[in-house]
Ligand binder design. Structure first.
Ligand code: IVH
Length: 747
């Protein structure tokens, strides 16, 4: 095993910082694997060694201690996790029904099993299936003695100390059987979940994906004081060992549990027929949005306990009960308002504010409405969607969620439309800066034309700038940036890098802000200083230029290796980009076929003229740009137009003055063409152009579309023209296809 202190001593501050980050991630993952998934991914010894290493580094660099430091996590090492409890009666799970037929089959099957004729009464309870985690509470002589999680059904974890902190769980009972195991669900309400997540986020602690995870994470704390601080609730719905029967029926047993102090779900209903069960299911589904906590279906149970005993169980599920699940990712709720969000590129997006509802296990209170056409009930070509139904504030709408994508409003129930609902009028000015919001031809989206004067665009740009894939400044997240913007401390990225100076000159009162002491301000400034040295790709991405994503930014960085080289090429290609836009207008006009012959001819002439008038230098620069694998005309035009805007450009230049921009590391490669710039021209016979490019790039070469003094190799096939000529003029190494293949070892 390694010596933790010696390891820590060997580290520089930067290495220590990144190691602490790594350790926090590895140990958090190990905790999750162990505590939540019951699937440890480290041995006890490995876990202990990593924790010691973390502590040693923190001892040497106390200032680097993270807010999510593993030393502060109460999640214990595996060796002292929860004690195990063997359930005196197994904790069962339920089989599922997915539609009305499954439910009718369930009822018919039970009648058959019990040999009941169709006119013999057979009642069922129908109660919501609470989406939390199940807990078994054992009372002896009226005192709570153990609380255990379900675990694998046979053996669970002893969480008694934590259960005692939950208000809904009585610690002593009056008038209960001597031995009584009460079973039910621990859950968290939507309101408590939101509040908890807000508190967690404010404290820089982890937030929970949904109320179920929050409930599980809160119950399974080794420090019960943490559980006490979490607002958990409990519904009782079943029982295990009992020294005497609670009642003759499920309904009676629930009443009895309620009378001795437990919370029983009030939407439970006793039903006499399959139809009544299905009707109750429908009414619970409707009520779902307003319940205030998550449910994921309805559980039907045979009411007569003597019948339950006769029916018994299969290996892990009772024959006398079934869970009728809600369809996974759809839910209906009320559209309370339509808000407009302005993105960092000015895109104006309508957001649905909804009465919170659970969709596939996640509470949804916002969903996208895409754009104005979508709200109006038509697609980009004017064809109807949703049968042309528009969406109005006050409507009862269907919310749809797939995986982790942003939920969307999928449908609307016109029968529930309020009489006073009016069609939504999409704004034509930016709600943030009142600039005109314009929709360009061929664009589905309306955009604010305010640029940097629009506060919403400025804030979104800043959020993007500090985001993980961009500058990733520790302690400066979306929330802080927004607050600092409102305070006027940070108006543009460059301001981030003058914060320390302005602070020491007393120009802003960071100290007096809640949560910002002297120490945390210092930490923030250090974190900012850390990012003055920034890889070119992160800088390019961080600028938040429309269409320039992480991949395009990396491609550009690899090709140009410096900001100056990139900016020069972009600037030089401006006129070619302009000509390209003319050509695009023409294509658009042709596609729409709306333009008459005269207009088309005019556009054609404009395009030809634009190209003819474009200086050679601009064409070369443009071709260099769009010749980069992965960079198309859309990205190139966007780069050109952004860098051409004076305000934007000045803001970028002010930023760059504070930075030490790192060229991308050359790809480690043994290949003779690594780092070289290659141009393919003429026709290739052994492979397609795309294949040749990909192969060259995989060997670490840059592939360009135009020949310049910077070109290392031109591969010329038959039919090569001006590029081959230029290569000869410039004395660039010229190869035919076979020579190229020999060079790279593919011959
Ligand atoms: S009865 C033998 N009733 O659903 C019956 N379970 O999928 C045992 N659940 O492990 C369960 N609400 O955690 C029952 N009203 C309810 C329930 C409920 C939620 C959970 C419980 C169980 C799981 C089975």
């Amino acid at each position: 095993m390694h010596d933790a202190a010696a390891l820590a001593d060997a580290l520089t501050e930067a290495e220590a910082k990144s190691r602490l980050k790594e350790l926090a991630a590895v140990l958090a993952q190990a905790n999750t694997a162990y505590h939540r998934d019951d699937a440890p991914d480290l041995t006890d010894a490995e876990y202990d060694a990593l924790k010691r290493e973390n502590a040693a580094i923190e001892a040497r660099f106390p200032a680097l201690k993270r807010s999510d430091s593993p030393s502060d996590q109460v999640g214990a090492p595996p060796s002292d996790g929860f004690a195990k409890v063997t359930h005196s009666q197994r904790m069962l799970s339920l089989s599922n029904a997915f539609d009305a037929d499954d439910v009718r089959d369930f009822v018919a099957g039970i009648r058959r099993y019990l040999g009941l004729s169709t006119d013999t009464p057979l009642a069922f309870t129908a109660e919501p299936k609470i989406d939390g985690l199940s807990l078994s509470l054992r009372y002896e002589d009226g005192q709570l003695v153990t609380a255990a999680t379900r675990g694998d059904g046979a053996v669970g974890e002893n969480v008694t100390a934590n259960a005692r902190t939950i208000t809904d769980i009585p610690t002593s009972l009056d008038g209960a059987p001597d031995i009584l195991e009460v079973r039910g669900e621990v859950y968290m309400s939507h309101a408590d979940f939101e509040a908890l997540n807000t508190r967690q986020a404010d404290a820089g602690a982890k937030t929970f994906a949904n109320p179920r995870n929050a409930a599980a994470g809160s119950l399974r704390q080794l420090d019960s004081e943490i559980t006490r601080s979490r607002p958990l609730k409990f519904f009782a719905y079943a029982w295990g060992e009992v020294s005497e029967p609670l009642a003759d029926t499920q309904t009676g047993a629930l009443d009895r549990l309620e009378s001795i102090g437990f919370q029983i779900n009030e939407t439970t209903k006793t039903c006499k027929t399959a139809q009544e069960m299905l009707d109750h299911y429908a009414s619970i589904e409707e009520a779902r949005a307003a319940l205030g906590y998550d449910i994921d279906g309805v559980v039907y149970k045979v009411d007569d306990l003597a019948f339950q005993r006769r029916l018994g169980m299969r290996s892990t599920t009772p024959r006398w009960a079934i869970a009728h699940k809600f369809p996974a990712e759809l839910a209906w709720t009320t559209l309370e308002a339509i808000d407009i969000q302005v993105g960092r590129t000015g895109a104006i997006s309508p957001v649905a504010r909804l009465t919170p509802v659970t969709v596939g296990g996640v509470v949804v209170s916002n969903a996208t409405l895409h754009n104005e056409d979508y709200i109006a009930g038509r697609d980009a070509n004017g064809a109807p969607i949703r049968d042309g139904k528009d969406i109005r504030v006050g409507d009862f709408v269907q919310v749809y969620r797939a995986g982790d994508v942003i939920p969307k409003v999928a449908d609307v129930d016109l029968s529930k439309r309020p009489d006073d609902a009016v069609p939504y009028a999409f704004p034509e000015t930016c709600p943030e800066c009142q600039s005109a919001a314009i929709r360009e031809e061929g664009d589905a989206v309306r955009r604010c034309t305010g640029g940097l004067i629009c506060p919403a665009q400025a804030v979104e740009k800043l959020k993007h700038f500090v985001s993980r894939a961009a500058f990733d400044i520790e302690g400066l997240g979306a929330k802080q940036v927004e607050a600092f913007y409102l305070d006027g401390w940070i108006r543009e990225p460059a301001d981030i890098f003058t914060l320390r100076d302005r602070y020491s000159q007393g120009m802003h009162q960071l100290k007096n802000r809640e949560g910002w002491g002297e120490k945390s301000a210092e930490n923030l400034f250090d974190a900012i200083d850390d990012k003055r040295r920034i890889p070119l790709a992160r800088l390019i991405f961080g600028l938040g230029i429309r269409h320039v994503g992480e991949v395009a930014a990396a491609d550009l960085a690899r090709h140009y290796t410096s900001w100056t080289a990139l900016a020069e090429t972009v600037d030089a290609s401006a006129e070619a980009a302009q000509a390209h836009l003319r050509a695009e207008e023409l294509i658009l006009a042709e596609r729409k076929q709306a333009a008459d012959e005269g207009r088309r001819a005019n556009l054609q002439a404009q395009r030809d003229m634009a190209w003819a008038n474009t200086p050679e230098e601009a064409k070369t620069a443009w071709e260099d740009l769009i010749g980069i694998d992965g960079i198309g005309a859309t990205v190139a035009v966007s780069l050109v137009t952004t860098l051409k805007q004076r305000r934007e450009r000045d803001s970028i230049e002010r930023l760059i003055a504070h930075l030490d921009i790192q060229a991308p590391e050359a790809r480690a490669s043994e290949s003779p063409v690594a780092g070289q710039t290659i141009v393919f021209t003429g026709s290739l016979e052994k492979m397609t152009r795309a294949e040749a490019k990909a192969r060259a790039e995989s060997l670490g070469a840059k592939v360009s579309g135009s020949v310049s003094a910077k070109t290392d190799i031109v591969v010329a096939g038959p039919g090569a023209g001006s590029k081959e000529k230029k290569a000869r003029e410039l004395g660039v190494r010229l190869l035919d296809e076979d020579q190229w293949l020999d060079l790279i070892g593919d011959g």
